[in-house]
Design a protein around this ligand. Sequence first.
Ligand SMILES: [Zn+2]
Length: 261
Amino acid sequence: MIDTHCHFDFPPFDQSPEDWLSRSHDAGVHHLIVPAVSRQNWQRVDDLSQCFSSIYFAAGLHPVWLSEHQDEDIAKLDAWLATSPKGCVAIGECGLDFAIENPQQERQLYLLREQLALAVKYKLPVILHCRKAHNELLQVLNDFPAVYGVLHAFSGSEQMGENYIKRGFMLGIGGTITYPRANKTRNAVSALPLTAMVLETDAPDMPVSGFQGQPNSPEKLPLIAKALSELKGVTVEEIIHSTSQNAANCFALQRQISSFA
Ligand SMILES: [Zn+2]
C-alpha cells in the first residue's frame, strides 16, 4: 500500500522515525509520500527521503501556513526544482483554504497560481488542499489544463468528486470514510470510480474512526483500505492493487520502485 499523504516530518514521527516506518511496513504500507507545508520543511522532507528509500516527498507552500510564506519562496522553489531533487514526486501541499482566520484570498490565489505554473514547467503532479473554496479552486484549475494530481482529503458530493476527476485529478481517500456519520462522502465514494482513487492517512491528522484523540499514523492505512473495500463491494486486495497502481501512475513511481503493493 502507498500512503500518498503523510506529514512524516511532523511530531510524533520525528522521534524514532525508523520504528514508525517498520511498524507501517509490517502493516503493509511500503511507501509514503510526504508533502511539505512551507519552505522551512523542504529540506526536512528531502532529508527523510534520502534516509529512507520508502519515502518520497512533495515541496510546496500550504495555504494554512500562509503567514510564513514569502514572495521569494516561489523563486526558491523554482530554483530548487530545477536541480531535479531525487525523490521529489510532486508539488504540494498547495491549494486554497478559505476557512482559516484572515484567509487573504487574493494572496492564496497568487501563491496557488505560481505553484501550478511550476507544476506545468516541471511536468509534476500537484497535491491539492481545499477547504471552503472548491468553486474557486476548480476555476483556477481551468486556467491550467495541463495540471493533474491529487485532491487530498476528498470529502463531499459525488458531483464534486466528478468535477475533479474530469479535470484529471485523483481523489485522496482518507479516514473520513471510516466514520459512519460521513454519509455524503461515503455515498460519493461508493458511486465514484476506483480508477480515480488513492489512499492516504494525512497522519498525524485525521484520525480514523475509533482512534480519535491519538495521533494518526501511516500504519492505520489498512483500516482505510478496508472501509473502502466495504463501500466499493470489492476485496481489500483489489483496493490495494488498484489504489497502488493509481498512485504509482499519478506520481510516476514506477520509475523509482518495482513493487507498488
Ligand atoms: Zn496535508
